[in-house]
Design a binder for this molecule. Sequence first.
Ligand code: NAG
Ligand code: NAG
Ligand code: NAG
Ligand code: NAG
Ligand code: NAG
Ligand code: NAG
Ligand code: NAG
Ligand code: NAG
Ligand code: NAG
Ligand code: NAG
Ligand code: NAG
Ligand code: NAG
Ligand code: CU
Length: 566
Amino acid sequence: MGSHKSIMTLLCLVLVSRELLCIAQGKVHYYDFVLKEANFTRLCSTKSMLTVNGSFPGPEIRVHKGDTAFVNVHNHGKYGITIHWHGVREPRNPWSDGPENITQCPIPPGTSFLQEIKFTTEEGTLWWHAHSDWSRASIHGAIIILPAIGTSYPYPKPHAEDTIVLASWFKGDVMAIIEEALATGGDPNTSDAFTINGQPGDLYNCSSNSTYRLMVDYGKRYLLRIINAVMNEEMFFGIANHSLTVVGMDAAYLKPIKNSYIMITPGQTMNVLVTADQEPSHYYMAGSPFADTTAPFDNTTTTAILQYRGNYTPPPSPFFPVLPAYNDKYAAMNFTARLRSLASRAHPVNVPKKIDKRIFITVSVNQIYCPNASCAGPNGNRLAASLNNISFQTPKIDILEAYYWSLPGVYNATFPDRPPYFFNFTGDVENISLAPCLDTAVKMIKYGAAVEIIFQGTNLGAPENHPMHQHGYSFYVVGMGWGNFDKKSDPKTYNLVDPPEVNTFGVPKNGWLTIRFIADNPGVWFQHCHLERHTTWGMDTVLIVKNGNTAVTRMRPPPHYMPPCH
Ligand SMILES: *[C@@H]1O[C@H](CO)[C@@H](O)[C@H](O)[C@H]1NC(C)=O
Ligand SMILES: *[C@@H]1O[C@H](CO)[C@@H](O)[C@H](O)[C@H]1NC(C)=O
Ligand SMILES: *[C@@H]1O[C@H](CO)[C@@H](O)[C@H](O)[C@H]1NC(C)=O
Ligand SMILES: *[C@@H]1O[C@H](CO)[C@@H](O)[C@H](O)[C@H]1NC(C)=O
Ligand SMILES: *[C@@H]1O[C@H](CO)[C@@H](O)[C@H](O)[C@H]1NC(C)=O
Ligand SMILES: *[C@@H]1O[C@H](CO)[C@@H](O)[C@H](O)[C@H]1NC(C)=O
Ligand SMILES: *[C@@H]1O[C@H](CO)[C@@H](O)[C@H](O)[C@H]1NC(C)=O
Ligand SMILES: *[C@@H]1O[C@H](CO)[C@@H](O)[C@H](O)[C@H]1NC(C)=O
Ligand SMILES: *[C@@H]1O[C@H](CO)[C@@H](O)[C@H](O)[C@H]1NC(C)=O
Ligand SMILES: *[C@@H]1O[C@H](CO)[C@@H](O)[C@H](O)[C@H]1NC(C)=O
Ligand SMILES: *[C@@H]1O[C@H](CO)[C@@H](O)[C@H](O)[C@H]1NC(C)=O
Ligand SMILES: *[C@@H]1O[C@H](CO)[C@@H](O)[C@H](O)[C@H]1NC(C)=O
Ligand SMILES: [Cu+2]
């Protein structure tokens, strides 16, 4: 910490009585992020990769609710890059949101871009990451949003806090890996390890003496802020002999859930309380994939150690947690189905009950035909992915500037409310075309509309759980299930009382997910699967939420220093 400056700002008003009334507006924090190459040794080999300030994971941003952070991103790397503040609402200010060619063009090497991150509704844990190609593998870090000054956690203050970042480690260069996959049309190479706070742990070669350790005192309670920054796998996570109490997710509070493991998708964060109530010893915490799929995945297990302070003889090897099998969809659903908002007076839910705009979106992995079976995907075709059978094509000029300045030819405002045709989405799809349309199709939404989106996973390609992420908004997860969504019976199961409020949530494999939110944040907001290979293949769209009628319901104007588009 301490690597940044911060100042308190005051809003001052002269009252009728000529007194001066000043209200604290939250602090303003200034950070410098220097993107640079650094060497790391993992899994018996050394490689250079692009990082922020030479650290993996990168530096943490720590604020209180109501604060603002200005981050000046200096690109000392070799290629253009952008940074996204994952889960931050960025009210009326998509200009600082970051996804490449959606809200800005890449920051060219040798230049800087100042981003403004305003923390308004969020409280808990979020994270930041690069949003250009696959660079987020090595460019990410935690965002910690403490309760506003004068307020506290809705549970007893823990003795101490720590952050656990789960990530992917590739022996090769990630940019080369995705370029190679796009060139051949086949699956990208899987990662070689998962990491906890930058270290793979004892189950891989060459790692044992650098395993991450969390030191605890017997009888004390700890808050773990767990972030899934993994590229392509959802994760199970647990700590041997210790139960986990999940109290928050994606910077919103939950009703406490006690369990021996969590299932956390890429993009999600979970705040978990752990009491050091076991015999003083060494215990493994471990993360392993939840991957109920025929697609290739990294099937390794990362570990760190929860270690009690004090005098005792440590076991020859730390105790190991029992985690569900990689394809145990019941274990994943069992946990996920228990998530509920805290829904207290201080942290109320505001789920829309009457819907103005209902959108039904199919989520699929597809194939693009290659002549003479010349590609490396299934059937000699090229792998692709889609929403409503449209495989999103990333433009060369960002959609936000094209929208703001009315530049033609960059996108089509034609993303449909329905898939082009209905079939038994989760049944036998042998005779259904795997080919998607290629388009930069966006969805226009009226300011203030109560939006419902029903995501329907399909059995096309390699079906699996898709963690859908929405920029600019948190949303309520009101329902989910396996099979085809039934518009008569399934809405009867909706939770409109205390649904979890999140920014990323898995559409169950061959199942459906219903989310709701009020479109009261004007701007251009990316929506995509947070499995990186699916994002790359086009499992994306953009919601453009139009301006309202008042000055405070309109998008802010751009800063004059947006990175150039070439
Ligand atoms: C990153 O490094 C620069 C100097 O290279 C330093 O000024 C800055 O404070 C560092 N930022 C963080 C967040 O640690
Ligand atoms: C990484 O290591 C290589 C080989 O030892 C060296 O040439 C290079 O300068 C190092 N890079 C950094 C950023 O330290
Ligand atoms: C991908 O994996 C294959 C097989 O292990 C290897 O030959 C190839 O070099 C890898 N590609 C990259 C870009 O690392
Ligand atoms: C560790 O290295 C040994 C010897 O090279 C090899 O047999 C083993 O498969 C490696 N284990 C892992 C987890 O990579
Ligand atoms: C582990 O420790 C040994 C001996 O102290 C050292 O030679 C080796 O380089 C260390 N390995 C790592 C990955 O730090
Ligand atoms: C941890 O749990 C295992 C069973 O899962 C048990 O065998 C072991 O004794 C426990 N360790 C301690 C220190 O309680
Ligand atoms: C993944 O690893 C587990 C053991 O940890 C093994 O049982 C399972 O078969 C592996 N799955 C795949 C698809 O490789
Ligand atoms: C939890 O999973 C088991 C299978 O592992 C299943 O039998 C049970 O019904 C599930 N419980 C709930 C509440 O979903
Ligand atoms: C496909 O293969 C045939 C026969 O080998 C060849 O004549 C034709 O040019 C190929 N087409 C393409 C598009 O490569
Ligand atoms: C984004 O646009 C730039 C040109 O401004 C282009 O060089 C880059 O390849 C584009 N990125 C993607 C992911 O298409
Ligand atoms: C859809 O496919 C599933 C799985 O094959 C089957 O059980 C179900 O009956 C089918 N539904 C309809 C309406 O045909
Ligand atoms: C917009 O749609 C038209 C007609 O389908 C298509 O030709 C064009 O390529 C699309 N434009 C973009 C930017 O995707
Ligand atoms: Cu996906």
